[in-house]
Every structure is written in C-alpha cells, then in structure tokens.
Design a protein around this ligand. Structure first.
Ligand SMILES: N[C@@H](CCC(=O)N[C@@H](CS)C(=O)NCC(=O)O)C(=O)O
Length: 221
C-alpha cells in the first residue's frame, strides 16, 4: 500500500519545524498543510481533538500529535536515517534532555522573549544555568547525537531559533564566549541545507519575532 503522510504545521511554529526536519532527513514523502491557527481546519480538529495544536502527523489516516512523539513514531516506522541511537542508554539520555528542553528551557526562553527591565537579569541567569547543562552534554561532540544530527539535535532547534532571533534583535544572550560548544553546534547546523530549509523563512523572521513576543506576553498575563 502506498504510504499517505500528511503533515499539518504552521510556519512560525518551532515544533512544526522539528517534524519537517525529521521528515526531510528521513526522506519521507509527505503533503504539507499549513494551518491558520486563528481558524483551525476541520482536519486538525478531527485528528487532534484533545490539544487542537500543530504539528500533527496523519499517516494512513492515523494521527500522531506532539512533536517529540511524532519524531519517535517516524523513527520507529521508517528505518531510513535513524534519529535515535541503537544504544538504550543513549536513547534514554536523548529523551531526557529533549524533555528538559521543553519543560525547563522553553519556559525560560519564553519569559526572556517577553521580559524587559525588572526580573530580566534573573531570567538570563536562569537561562545561562540551563544552557550550561546542555553545553556540558555537547562537550567533545559535534552534535548531540555524535557525528551527525539526531533526535536531540532536532529537539534543540529551539536554541537555533533563539540564536537566530538574537541576530535580528541584536540581543545576544547565547554567546560564543560563554557557550563555545553550543555556538559551534549552531554554526555546524547553519551550514546544512536541510536545516536551513526548516528554519523560519528569512522574509518572515521579523513577523515571527513580533508573534513570539505577543505569544509570550499573553502567556504571562
Ligand atoms: N508540545 C507540543 C506543542 C505544540 C504547540 O504548542 N503548538 C502551537 C503552535 S507553536 C499551537 O498549535 N497552538 C495553537 C493553540 O494553542 O491553539 C509539541 O511539541 O508539539
């Protein structure tokens, strides 16, 4: 049976970009459907009635939600370009840090995007402590997964996007002096065509920064 893969995403969504990168690395043919999150499609509401969020994968009419779960599903379903190591301990570590990124780093990052003045220094300090954990994990390696990018490198795309935002706003918090390994990791990723194809398009980056600021403000209200 021919595989039918639909991927519902949204251009500014970092979680959608994770799925896009995994699909491309694995060479899986798919149909991309851009969602308007202010007017969600019947397909999204039907297949993701619990969260109603993107990204969403619909594989032969079966839906899978949540970006990290989608990455694992893709890896278990398609053998091409394995994202997770065959070693159980390496897999456990990759999952642990991906969870750390979503549960700890992301809220700090969102706080930083929306914050000015009071409390910002403290948030930067918190962010630096969290980055140090990832810096240590990356020490001595080109990528989190070793010599090529894998599951955790894809999950850590939030760092890449944060760095990209800093290049535009001039606010450089993630510096090469403080975080040489993360910086080198970013530089290596930015040299890869497939990664660049899965970033926010250049002409939309200013809009994306505005959207992120609005989202972080409404989350903190
Ligand atoms: N934990 C989810 C987060 C997904 C998420 O927050 N998606 C946002 C776009 S970036 C969304 O669809 N928001 C729509 C809404 O909240 O109604 C994942 O990893 O996929």
């Amino acid at each position: 049976m021919a595989e039918e893969v639909k991927f519902l995403g949204m251009w500014a969504s970092p979680f959608s970009r994770r799925v896009e990168l995994a699909l491309k690395l694995k060479g899986i043919p798919y149909e991309y459907m851009e969602e308007d999150l202010s007017n969600k499609s019947p397909l999204l509401l039907k297949y993701n009635p619990i969260h109603k969020k993107v990204p969403l994968l619909v594989h032969n009419q079966k839906s899978v939600a949540e970006s990290l779960i989608i990455l694992e599903y893709l890896d278990e379903t398609w053998e091409t370009y394995p994202l997770l190591s065959p070693d159980p301990y390496e897999r456990a570590k990759a999952r642990f840090y991906a969870k750390f990124i979503d549960e700890k780093l992301l809220p700090t990052m969102s706080k930083l995007v929306g914050s000015t003045g009071e409390g910002k220094e403290q948030t930067i300090e918190e962010f630096h402590q969290q980055l140090t954990i990832l810096e240590d994990e990356l020490k001595g390696k080109q990528f989190f997964a070793g010599r090529r990018i894998g599951y955790l490198d894809i999950a850590a795309n939030l760092l890449l996007l944060f760095h990209m935002a800093g290049e535009i706003t001039g606010e450089k918090i993630l510096t090469a002096e403080k975080f040489p390994f993360i910086h080198e990791w970013i530089e290596s990723l930015m040299k890869m065509d497939v990664v660049n194809e899965c970033l926010i398009p250049k002409e939309k980056r200013q809009d994306w920064i505005e959207l992120s600021r609005k989202a972080s403000k409404s989350a903190s209200n």
